[in-house]
Design a protein around this ligand. Structure first.
Ligand SMILES: [Mg+2]
Length: 229
């Protein structure tokens, strides 16, 4: 299993950053401020989740740009509840996401260790530029790498090869000697596979793999990826 990698590409949300937690807190605040009189919390959360997931699927397929999702998801929620769309909700929700962004357990330790071992890292993320750049600032990601490629800036989302190749070029590393670490089989895993890049699946919830291909490595705790460096 021991294979030397010259560099590491990390996904951000739900790999290094606990997006699920910040989303839960931010959605609850959004619900309490704008939607509590319309539906139950459970219903709102389900509606948001399915609308958001469908829009992200379209972005990953290349059908829509990621930059349109922030407005579209709340427009679709407003349509569903037959209320006018209020643009300030988008800003409020995004502000909360930044305020409530935290590391995944072990993430800082992994990045510190890789830095000590002089292994260059880069971040690639499907997200909105302003959001991801604000998270970069809040968590001071530049301590570990100046390289962060955001789908919004690239014009395409993972798994499109361009976003991976852009990061590899900036790292000056080849695909075969760079490890991709991410929680998503469809965006991180498929993207790495397209370029013949080794893929480490961060799967803390031990989800089944529905695909007909296997990741090169599966870890349940982030720090377990250190054993191969
Ligand atoms: Mg992710």
């Amino acid at each position: 299993m021991a294979k030397p990698y010259n560099a590491v590409l990390f996904d951000l949300d739900d790999t290094l950053i606990d997006f699920e937690r910040s989303q839960e807190i931010s959605l609850r605040k959004c619900y309490a401020k704008y939607f509590h009189h319309l539906v139950s919390w459970e219903a709102f959360r389900t509606h948001y989740g399915s609308i958001n997931r469908s829009l992200w699927n379209l972005a990953e397929e290349g059908t829509i740009r990621t930059s349109t999702i922030a407005d579209l998801r709340f427009q679709q929620i407003a349509d569903l509840y037959r209320i006018p769309f209020i643009p300030e909700i988008v800003q409020f929700y995004e502000d909360q996401l930044i305020l409530n962004s935290h590391w995944i357990e072990g993430a800082e330790e992994v990045l510190e260790t890789l830095k000590r071992r002089s292994i260059p890292v880069a971040f690639i993320t499907n997200g909105f530029t302003h959001m991801q750049r604000n998270k970069q600032k809040k968590l001071r990601l530049s301590r570990y790498s100046q390289i962060m490629v955001v789908s919004d800036e690239c014009g395409v989302a993972k798994p499109h090869p361009l976003i991976f190749q852009t990061a590899l070029d900036l790292l000056k590393s080849s695909a075969s000697s760079t490890l991709m670490v991410g929680d998503s089989l469809t965006s991180d895993g498929q993207g790495a596979k397209n370029l013949n890049m080794p893929f480490c699946w961060f799967n803390p919830r031990r989800l089944p793999n529905p695909h007909d291909w296997e990741p090169d490595l599966v870890i349940h705790a982030l720090k377990d990826c250190l054993s191969i460096f």
